[in-house]
Design a protein around this ligand. Structure first.
Ligand SMILES: *[C@@H]1O[C@H](CO)[C@@H](O)[C@H](O)[C@H]1NC(C)=O
Ligand SMILES: *[C@@H]1O[C@H](CO)[C@@H](O)[C@H](O)[C@H]1NC(C)=O
Ligand SMILES: *[C@@H]1O[C@H](CO)[C@@H](O)[C@H](O)[C@H]1NC(C)=O
Ligand SMILES: *[C@@H]1O[C@H](CO)[C@@H](O)[C@H](O)[C@H]1NC(C)=O
Length: 780
């Protein structure tokens, strides 16, 4: 398999001879588009022209049949024009993967760096780390391509749907439940993959690889009690869309400058997202300035007719999506029914040209119409750039930084090697390297299980799986008890696996499946000392029983930690790394599962007992909170004032004239749009936090800044709290540092009103750092 398109060269017509030169350079060169030997003055090959002109020229040369052939993820060659085949579908969720059709890791390259599943990486609260992971993916993607093992450079990552419900099988793929944090992840990851700087303006002409914000929008249900993602109609309020479901996509586009968007399977308020002009064209392209291509999820066009019955005929479905602004269909439905849709007058050739323009612009921005890609800007990235030591070290760093210490009673952790002569390792998740990878992984650079790593720490390490899998319906508890009772220290590796949570599979319960609890309790009862419980899972689990059981000394959550996960866990267990991760999702009790997964409302409805969702709106009991995480060190935070006072609204000239509007409930608020960008800029102020590590260990420590709304329950739909900033600091034991956040009242104090407008309440706003300190700012 290779990048070289294998189109046949028996082009018969003499007129084609000139164009054959476009493909045929020296006999030894593969047929790169516009390669050496291409005749001069072909505008689409002229790298001196703007991309738009080049694309216009190419599309104008194509026949209708050729045009329609390009509307599926497997786009065939157009030999007449020297355009090779292209595969739009590649994956790189947490490392270059061979899921999808574009990337082949079957040799000579057989692996790529496998980072932790995204939910764990997110727990570091460290955007610089997220960016560097994106960068490595961009580099390895190019290397694989340059090595002839990719037929495309468009990667369908990141997955940035808000992790709304703990049962969602794909929550593991996301950065969690907070829209601000998810938006930040999206922006920096995309920038890394596309070869951009972490912030600032970008040169959009040049793409190292193309990233894709998916799944647009309000997609977060696979299959729950008979409702599948293919038919689910998500009922979403304007308020929830504005402040929960869409912000990650806005940030992915505006801040990340992503070159791809994927529309989802589900409908939103009756309309399939791929057929929603308001969403794709008005919101993404016009309002956010999206520059790139829009793909459907795979077969998401066919279901508009076949499963949803939204379109009466196949041709109607094709027309719906092309008129809405979708450009390419993952699948062949549009390729199959495009011609008849055109014949029946349901689409025009201009509709097709519009889509092709977006598609070829991305291929050109990737440098695929510039001749031999090895002579392009990214042409010298060779196979030696894949699985480098540096990349693998980053995979280890990401796993270590994400791991969250959930419980640590009586100094159960860290373990000290000299006092552990024998180690009992229990659990089905201890000795399976594939389970460390979650889903959408590629073959990793190295394969090592937690058990194998621990055997390197303690020579006398004994293992018993205790049960067969996360389902834990075939047990061997006596063997596990035997191992536990004879060892100095016991570590259990439990949690979930991909049979429990994955694409197409949501959970029904959030408890540990099968006999896991009874295995854990039996082992804890038999052990000489309180045991250590390591949870490998993406979605949260209700481990209340373990939280309160004194025979369980410590609990670690390690997500699906990727290729270096075994090493990362061992380093945390033995105190070579001080855990600093924080939960990016609320861990709910099992009782939460009485809420229908299909209820998309974020806000609580006390009248009907609906509890609301995520830390922003849910007021019920939790097992562990969003942002929770312990460390081997103690930290403190407080705001420091150096005499700078936050500005008041009334100090801003022009604002005095701005009358706040008044709600029915009598609360006064300002419309952010009415304040205007310039005044918003002047309202910004720095909030400086002093953070101290009180020891005893060095550590990474995420500082989380929240806005608190004291009147969250007054019916206006305000969140109780909202993350407005975060930064991960490395502090040596006893070291103190100052960290400065820029607070923008327009951005950070605003909220969505019921009709989806952004407003700022008049009155007091409270900014909190962790649980330690807060200050009040009054907007009059
Ligand atoms: C952007 O990159 C292209 C291709 O490398 C280059 O031709 C162009 O000059 C760059 N534009 C800017 C503004 O740097
Ligand atoms: C155990 O559970 C799995 C997954 O739910 C199921 O496929 C399997 O049949 C069960 N095995 C037994 C022995 O019950
Ligand atoms: C206070 O700190 C801010 C942010 O660090 C800085 O911009 C400002 O100049 C400082 N003011 C004084 C009086 O030091
Ligand atoms: C919050 O509610 C209290 C009591 O109803 C009221 O006194 C206060 O002004 C309200 N604050 C804001 C910011 O609306």
């Amino acid at each position: 398999m290779g990048r070289r398109a294998r189109f046949s060269l028996h082009v018969a017509a003499p007129a084609a001879v000139l164009l054959l030169h476009l493909m045929l350079a020296a006999a030894s060169d593969p047929p790169y588009t516009c390669g050496a030997g291409a005749p001069p003055n072909i505008p689409f090959c002229d790298t001196g022209l703007p991309i738009d002109r080049r694309v216009g020229d190419l599309v104008a040369r194509m026949t209708v049949a050729e045009k329609i052939s390009q509307l599926g993820d497997e786009s065939p060659a157009v030999p007449r024009l020297g355009v090779p085949a292209y595969k739009w579908w590649s994956e790189a969720l947490h490392g270059v993967s061979d899921h999808g059709r574009g990337v082949h890791l079957s040799g000579p390259l057989r692996a790529a760096t496998s980072f932790p599943q995204v939910i764990l990486t997110a727990a570091s609260f460290n955007p610089h780390l997220w960016y560097r992971i994106g960068q490595v993916i961009g580099v390895e993607a190019r290397a694989v391509y340059n090595n002839g093992q990719a037929e495309g450079l468009t990667f369908w990552a990141p997955n940035i749907n808000v992790f709304r419900d703990p049962r969602w099988g794909r929550g593991q793929e996301t950065p969690g439940e907070d829209p601000t944090m998810t938006g930040k992840y999206a922006a920096v990851f995309v920038r890394g993959v596309q070869g951009y700087g972490i912030s600032g303006p970008v040169n959009s002409t040049d793409l190292e690889a193309s990233a894709c914000c998916k799944h647009f929008t309000a997609y977060d249900l696979e299959s729950w009690k008979g409702v599948t993602r293919y038919v689910f109609d998500a009922k979403v309020t304007a308020q929830d869309l504005e402040d929960t479901y869409n912000p990650p996509f806005k940030s992915c586009v505006e801040d990340g400058q992503a070159s791809g968007i994927m529309c989802s399977y589900n409908r939103v308020n009756g309309v399939p997202t791929c057929a929603d002009y308001n969403l794709l064209s008005k919101t993404a392209r016009q309002s956010w300035g999206f520059y790139g291509y829009i793909t459907s999820d795979c077969d998401a066009v066919s279901i508009i007719h076949d499963a949803q019955g939204y379109a009466k005929t196949a041709e109607d479905a094709v027309a719906d999506v092309l008129k809405a602004g979708m450009d390419v269909n993952c699948g062949s439905y549009v390729q199959q029914h495009g011609a008849s849709a055109l014949q029946q007058g349901k689409i025009t050739e201009q509709d097709i040209d519009r889509a092709l323009h977006n598609l070829f612009a991305v291929r050109m921005r990737l440098g695929l119409f510039n001749g031999d890609p090895r002579r392009n800007r990214f042409g010298d990235i060779g196979p030696d750039q894949v699985c480098t030591q540096e990349h693998q070290d980053l995979a280890l760093e990401a796993a270590r930084e994400g791991i969250v210490l959930l419980k640590n009673d009586g100094g159960a952790l860290p373990l000290s090697k000299p006092t552990v002569a024998s180690l009992g390792v229990i659990g089905f998740n201890a000795n399976d390297a594939t389970r460390l990878l979650g889903n959408y992984f590629g073959p990793p650079c190295v394969t090592v299980t937690p058990l194998q790593v621990l055997q390197g720490y303690v020579k006398d390490t004994r293992f018993a799986a205790g049960c067969n899998s996360a389902a834990c319906n075939v047990t061997a508890i006596p063997e596990a008890v035997q191992v536990a009772s004879s060892a100095d220290a016991v570590v259990l590796f439990m949690g979930l696996d991909q049979d429990q949570e994955r694409e197409e599979v949501d959970r029904l319960d959030v408890t540990l499946p099968g006999q896991q609890q009874s295995l854990i309790e039996s082992v804890a009862n038999a052990a000489k000392k309180p045991v250590i419980l390591v949870l490998l899972c993406g979605g949260p689990v209700d481990v209340s029983f373990a939280k309160t059981n004194p025979k369980i000394g410590a609990i670690l959550w390690a997500g699906y930690p990727g290729e270096a996960g075994g090493m990362a866990i061992a380093q945390v267990l033995f105190g070579e790394h001080n855990p600093g991760g924080r939960l990016p999702v609320t861990w709910y009790p099992q009782d939460f599962t009485k809420v229908p997964m299909t209820d998309m409302r974020m806000r609580a409805d006390p009248a009907t007992g609906y509890p609301g969702r995520t830390y922003r709106f849910y007021r019920g009991p939790t097992v562990f909170d969003f942002g929770y995480g312990l460390s081997y060190s103690k930290y403190s935070h407080r705001f420091v004032s150096n005499g700078t006072k936050p500005p008041s609204m009334s100090s801003i000239a022009g604002l005095k004239a701005l009358e706040p509007t008044t709600t029915a409930a009598g609360a006064a608020m300002y419309d952010v749009e009415a304040i205007g960008a310039e005044a918003c800029e002047r309202l910004k102020f720095p909030a400086v936090v002093r953070v101290q590590n009180h020891g005893p260990m060095d550590g990474n420590h995420p500082v989380l800044l929240f806005l608190r709304w004291p009147n969250a329950t007054d019916g206006s739909g305000r969140p109780a709290r909202q993350l407005i900033g975060f930064r991960s600091l490395h502090l040596r034991a006893m070291q103190a540092a100052h960290v400065e956040f820029e607070v923008s009242p327009c951005k950070h104090f605003s909220r969505a009103s019921e009709d989806g407008r952004k407003v700022i309440d008049r009155g007091s706003h409270f900014v909190m750092v962790g649980e330690d300190d807060e200050f009040e700012m009054s907007l009059e």
